[in-house]
Write a protein that binds this ligand. Structure first.
Ligand SMILES: C[S@@+](CC[C@H](N)C(=O)[O-])C[C@H]1O[C@@H](n2cnc3c(N)ncnc32)[C@H](O)[C@@H]1O
Length: 412
């Protein structure tokens, strides 16, 4: 009879196999595989720690595997070794459990090999750990070379090292209190300085507070865009790239209601979750619609909005610690394609402003091309639009997720 935690290791290996096919986010895979094996919440936590630990440290784990074993490995065996080494070197789980229960996951013909490599890992720990300081940063901190080189050129080596280290730390969880669902309950966490209504949560997730809509999980960096837009009660506001509704909620909270808020997204499949979230939070928008903003807006939206939030699709390089897939899946040409989409979204949204209206363009990217450069290229072609203010957060400077927001205004 395999030990209980064997199922967690097996789930981690299956989830890694599925991840390698390239369709699903790591978080989705944790949910799916925990559900499939009916894991307890404690075991789900362990599955998440292993899967995210392997993905965050993949390059370093592969380096260690290369040091512990000569010769080729089939993809399944490599994944099992990654899972084993992650437990031993990254998560610091007890040797016996990590080795024994990981070996069990392999088919009979590879168990000997897995056992030998993981046992060698337990005796070589100090040497391999000490060697990390000598490795190239992109290997030691497990990022692709192109991203390391891009950031080094943009931010310098010292900030890039801090950034990559930040990306490898499990993300803290923050929540925003919902003024539209007032209550007396205590929020289990500490208020975030300078970010009104945000708390850093401590302990297990407060399920009841989340279910009742009293709080919403949200990083404080998301507030910048909404603070710059400064939506006022009664104003007609468009949230063009709205799903899953985090910033729609912040805007409704600022306005005291979502009754004059129009939420759109090009991805129809993301709208049910947006509706659900906003309903739970007590902010039902005036309208929720599918619209692809790379296409011209329908005539009835022309000149219709006091303010527009464009929280555009981006490379997500400011939130790599939360989105562990990003560093491995993002490619330079994706950024180029995103730049074209972002520009078209800006172009198509502009005619929807009333005279004297304002747009906030925002990303969770730290790439200058998607942020300042995108905005200045747009302004250069639209002399009637003025840049009023920008905000930028960098993990290595602000200790929060990366975010960018620019407020643009048209003349009345
Ligand atoms: C950064 S997310 C928005 C997050 C959201 N504002 C929030 O705070 O919860 C970007 C969204 O843009 C949507 N999107 C991507 N391309 C789009 C387009 N061409 N037109 C409209 N929405 C688009 C995506 O489906 C995604 O939901």
């Amino acid at each position: 009879m395999p030990a209980r935690n064997f199922h967690v290791r097996q789930a981690a290996v299956s989830a890694l196999r599925a991840w390698a096919k390239g369709h699903d986010y790591a978080e989705t895979l944790v949910e799916r595989h925990a559900h499939r094996r009916q894991l307890s919440s404690q075991d789900r936590g362990l599955l998440q720690a292993i899967l995210l630990g392997v993905l965050r440290n993949r390059r370093l784990l592969d380096h260690w595997i290369g040091k512990l074993r000569n010769g080729k490995l089939d993809p399944d065996t490599r994944d099992i070794l990654r899972v084993g080494l992650c437990q031993l070197y990254i998560l610091g789980l007890p040797d016996h459990a990590a080795v024994h229960e990981t070996v069990e996951v392999g088919k009979a013909n590879v168990r000997g090999l897995i056992n030998a490599v993981l046992r060698r890992a337990t005796t070589s720990r100090k040497r391999l750990m000490d060697d990390v300081a000598e490795l190239a940063p992109a290997i030691a901190l497990s990022h692709p070379d192109w991203l390391y080189n891009r950031w080094k050129a943009a931010f310098g080596k010292a900030d890039t090292l801090v950034l990559m280290d930040w990306n490898n730390q499990p993300a803290e969880t923050f929540a925003r209190v919902n003024p539209l669902r007032p209550g007396e309950e205590e929020i289990p966490g500490t208020p975030v300085e300078g970010a009104d209504g945000f708390y850093k949560l401590e302990g297990p997730l407060p399920g009841a507070l989340l279910a009742s809509g009293r709080i919403y999980i949200q990083d404080p960096a998301t507030r910048h865009a909404v603070e710059l837009l400064d939506p006022k009660p009664g104003e007609r506001i468009l949230d063009a790239c709205a799903a899953p509704g985090g910033k729609s909620f912040l805007m409704a909270a600022a306005m005291g209601s979502a009754a004059t808020l129009v939420c759109t997204d090009s991805n129809e499949k993301r709208l049910p979750r947006l509706r659900e979230n906003l309903e739970r939070l007590g902010c039902e928008p005036a309208e929720v619609a599918v619209h692809d903003w790379t296409q011209p807006a329908p005539a009835e939206w022309h000149g219709a909005f006091d303010a527009i939030l464009l929280d555009v699709p981006c490379s997500n390089t400011g939130v790599v610690r939360r989105r562990v897939d990003v560093r491995w899946r993002l490619q330079q040409d994706h950024i180029d394609a995103l730049l074209r989409v972002q520009r078209r979204i800006l172009e198509n949204a502009l005619p929807c402003l009333k005279p004297g209206g304002r747009i906030v363009y925002s990303t969770c990217s730290i790439e200058k091309d998607e942020n300042e450069n995108q905005v200045s290229a747009f302004l250069a072609d639209h002399p009637g639009v003025k840049l009023k203010e920008t905000r930028q957060a960098f993990p290595f400077r602000n200790g929060t997720d990366g975010a960018f927001a620019a407020r643009l205004e048209t003349s009345s």
